[in-house]
Design a binder for this molecule. Structure first.
Ligand code: HSE
Length: 427
């Protein structure tokens, strides 16, 4: 029976679970792969700490030396970030190793170069864990749906923000209070920027859009707006409309057939939509394809064990490929679609205005919408001591038309302020 040697880069929450499962499931993994897995080295940032279940002699702080070894068959990269992960992965390819990574930021920034390097070296690059951890998404899109035409991917791909928004919805808490609770419970990191400003979700959206539409999409192509400006009033207004607020990643094929859009922003979603019932830190992704119709993938999108589950699945796949002398699917970017700017996106909007409660103000506001070709669906007014809060929900319009409308509204004398603008999705 052959042995395949595995190098593990990173031994934090995910790496520890990867090593643990490799040990506890060793016999089953051997039976499934047809070869014994040997953990041949574990690169850690700091020396001197014992890692439970990992013999001390396997630990090294020299990741660069570990990936240079020519006896390593597979490198698992769970360090995260751009460098040194990128250089380590490229060196691993140069030395004939396949790579399994959970690194969404790197793939979303530089996926094309990594795929090209893997292809030149005749090895695999697998990354199921990079998007929504345990939820199978990359393989279903790359393989199961390879014969179909995917038109739309709509998902909740960040657990931290879903936890915060869900808390705001269920308790009436404001953003800061809900963030504090997410931090105390370990959902939000000490610096929550990557999650709450939408960077994490945008990287995942870029990866999903690229695979779904067989084209190249980078994180820089994805429109991004986080949840830090979402207020308790927005959540209450969504409730009044029979909606919840979710941070959505939305990747869509445009009608012209030659372009796509990719965006991440908070949006109101009708309670009847399947994604509206995704609570707490869970993730879910809705995929719409020509022949398959509507599919939904749901589960834990973060955490050590769920992420390790996806890493181990990839490890089994790349090991099977190695034994067969083959490789799995590489990058599929033949479609070469243009990624359109946010201005071209067409959706519905919830616009909340503070206005003077005087005769003719509603007419002025409605005129501004009409002048910009934005059709109003509903208007709700609540009076407040001479002022009023006006909530306008529009029919579908381009983001450019809505932005121009809002700019014109701000210049009206009787409009005291634009309290919030939120997109309405899911119809
Ligand atoms: N921080 C992410 C989340 C998990 O909250 O979903 C890793 O991408």
């Amino acid at each position: 029976m052959r042995t395949l040697k595995v190098a593990l880069l990173g031994c934090g929450v995910v790496g520890t679970d990867v090593a643990r499962i490799m040990t506890t499931q060793a016999d089953d993994l051997e039976a499934r792969i047809g070869a014994r897995l040997e953990l041949a080295g574990v690169a850690v940032r700091r020396a001197g700490r014992t890692r439970p279940g990992i013999p001390d002699h396997l630990l090294t702080t020299d990741a660069a030396e570990l990936v240079k070894r020519d006896d390593i068959d597979v490198v698992i990269e769970v360090i995260g970030g751009i460098e040194p992960a990128r250089s380590l992965i490229l060196t691993a390819f140069d030395n004939g190793a396949s790579v399994v990574t959970a690194n969404k930021a790197l793939l979303a920034a530089d996926g094309a170069a990594l795929h090209a390097a893997a292809s030149r070296a005749g090895v695999d690059l697998y990354y199921e864990a990079a998007v929504a951890a345990a939820i199978p998404l990359v393989r279903p899109l790359r393989e199961s749906l390879a014969g179909d035409k995917v038109n739309r991917v709509l998902g909740i791909v960040n657990g931290t923000t879903n936890f915060i928004l869900d808390k705001m919805d269920s308790t009436g808490a404001g953003y800061s209070e809900a963030l504090e609770e997410a931090t105390a419970l370990g959902y939000a990191e000490a610096d929550p920027t990557a999650d709450v400003e939408g960077f994490d979700a945008a990287a995942k959206a870029a990866i999903l859009a690229g695979i779904a539409f067989h084209t190249r999409v980078t994180a820089a192509d994805v429109f991004r707006e986080g949840i830090t400006e979402v207020t308790a009033a927005d959540i209450a207004s969504a409730r009044a409309m029979g909606c919840v607020v979710k941070l959505l990643a939305i990747c869509e094929r445009a009608k012209d057939g030659v372009s796509v859009t990719a965006r991440v922003h908070p949006a109101m979603l009708p309670l009847a939509h399947p994604l509206a019932s995704v609570r707490g830190a869970y993730n879910a992704v809705f995929v719409e394809a020509d022949a398959a119709g509507q599919l939904m993938f749901y589960g834990p999108g973060a955490g050590g064990a769920p992420t390790a589950s996806a890493v181990l699945g990839d490890l089994v796949a790349v090991c099977r490929n190695k034994l067969a002398g083959s490789t799995g699917p590489g990058e599929s970017a033949y479609a070469q679609l243009t990624v359109n700017p946010m201005d071209d996106v067409v959706t519905r909007y919830h616009v909340s205005l503070d206005v003077a409660d005087k005769a003719g103000v509603l007419a002025q506001v409605a005129t501004v919408f009409a002048e910009h070709g934005v059709s109003i669906d509903t208007v709700r007014q609540t009076g407040r001591e001479g002022d009023a809060s006006l909530v306008v929900v529009t029919h579908r319009a381009t983001d450019a038309a809505l932005s121009a409308t809002v700019a014109a509204l701000r210049s009206l004398d009787h409009v005291r302020g634009v309290a919030s603008i939120m997109r309405v999705e899911g119809e």
